[in-house]
Design a protein around this ligand. Sequence first.
Ligand SMILES: Cc1cc2nc3c(=O)[nH]c(=O)nc-3n(C[C@H](O)[C@H](O)[C@H](O)COP(=O)(O)OP(=O)(O)OC[C@H]3O[C@@H](n4cnc5c(N)ncnc54)[C@H](O)[C@@H]3O)c2cc1C
Length: 553
Amino acid sequence: MVCSVGRMKRDIDTLASRQHDVLVIGGGIHGAAILREAALIGLSAALVEQHDFASSTSSNSLKIIHGGLRYLQQADVPRLLESVRERRFFLSRAPHLVAPLPCIMPTRGLGLYSAPALGAAFLINDILSCNRNANVPPSRRIPPGRLVPKRRALEILPGISSAGVTGGAIWHDALAYDTERLVVGVVRSATEASATACNYVKALRPLAKNGRITGIVARDMISCREFEIAARLVINTAPITLAGFLGSSPVRIAPPSCGWALMMNLVLRRQVISGYAAGLYSRRGRLLFFVPWRNRTIVGTSCSWVEGNPEDVRVTDAAVDELLADVREAYPGADIAREDIAMIHAGLVPASKPRRPGAEPAVARHFRLLDHSRLDGIEGLISVIGVKLTTARNVAEHVMRLAAAKLGKTLPRLDSSSKALPGGDTGDPEVFFAAAKTRMPPSMPAAAVEHLLRCYGTEWDSVIKTSDSDPSLLNPLSGQSEIIGAQAIFAVREEMAMTLSDVVFRRTGLGTTGLDDRQAVTACAAAIGKELKWSEERMREEAARLSADPFNR
Ligand SMILES: Cc1cc2nc3c(=O)[nH]c(=O)nc-3n(C[C@H](O)[C@H](O)[C@H](O)COP(=O)(O)OP(=O)(O)OC[C@H]3O[C@@H](n4cnc5c(N)ncnc54)[C@H](O)[C@@H]3O)c2cc1C
């Protein structure tokens, strides 16, 4: 059965046999966005990802698509405007996956978080972001910020410590329902515009000729075959492994000086607050966000300085306990315990070393674009170190301006923010969802229907079609699951999922709330195993390999 969507094909031959204008290393949000930008402006573009797309930092975010309110604190207006623009892109071009998120913070005292200060910040923010809803469908529009009295704040946040609370400040940001699908969607948007993208291909080292980079040596991690990929420009977006990659170059390229912070969130098994994300302080002054997401709460983010090789970093029990203690302090009434933790998000972000031992490092505010012709006198290579998922498309625009100049191309007048991501052409998604629900197979439970629409938008019926030859694929994978078997089949047929882990963590949303539902995981393995003709042993191995470890998912 051939679906109507643009299929993602893992085409190693095309990767190896052509000279590409641009070869992107890394399939996180930055690599994906750069690939899309390059393909949309008509460059021949390719991407290699050593594991699966979105398998590293991009799958560990708090899922907030920031509108930049916090940048007012540093009077960083350009960054605020950039965030507003990029949030608008997601709300209007991927409205099935991204929706407004009401947020509340208790107001206190006379300082930065007092009602007058936050009221003034809202006023300035609303003026600066006056075009935040241009072309955004009605149900995805961001209303102005407002202050509410203490009584209302405590109704929304029952169980917080009320001492010193004077009221509440309410504003809206946006939340991604599924960041992994968002990244895969950006990759697919690029492959639909003729780019080549392959997961499980690792960039081993640069190739050089006459003092310029001419491509890379890569390894197909599935066949273990090594091969060369020729490119006029290599763009490395894999910051954690960047130093090693540059160090293996046949021509000398200095590794960039870059420090790292480990950031971490807890995914809790229950919703401790409904309807709002809450910004609450722990006693030692750490601001934590409690974000309701699916039937869970994501809470974070902690931040600690990384000593030594960033590739060796792992999450320790002590770090989890420390964050949990802060979380309990920040929201005492929620009575959060270790058993509530379904999963941990952790990833590395660029940062500078804290001035005092034990203090939190300062996370980098701006992305870095390293032009190695200027830094090292070596043409053919650019490195990118990104700082936010929200602004990756804008980073990609900057990168493409430099890339086009290097390739001697004139950029066409194209605004990639006007093009919808796959499934995003819904018009107003709530209107679209209501109409689609009347056409759904009647046997599907409401939760499964909702999940299908939020994940696939206009492409929901292509997922349903994969069940034509086996109607049982319309059933949820278990009694509690909102995932249907057809999603797993769609993932391997159309979205380049190669392993059970890809399907569970980065295509269907089955594992991103934790691995509690083992029955659903087993059913998922069986469905994929049948489709891909895996042996019983392979199915068992794939299931045994599944891990919720943030550095090994
Ligand atoms: C806990 C946490 C919470 C966050 N919350 C938010 C948030 O709410 N909102 C927001 O906007 N941002 C947030 N961020 C920041 C955001 O997640 C990151 O800035 C972003 O995901 C980084 O994406 P990237 O593409 O640069 O890196 P990555 O996602 O790490 O992608 C790099 C990719 O390169 C691949 N790679 C590495 N070496 C090679 C090689 N040799 N060959 C091929 N591929 C290779 C890796 O496997 C990886 O997939 C958060 C970050 C963390 C850690």
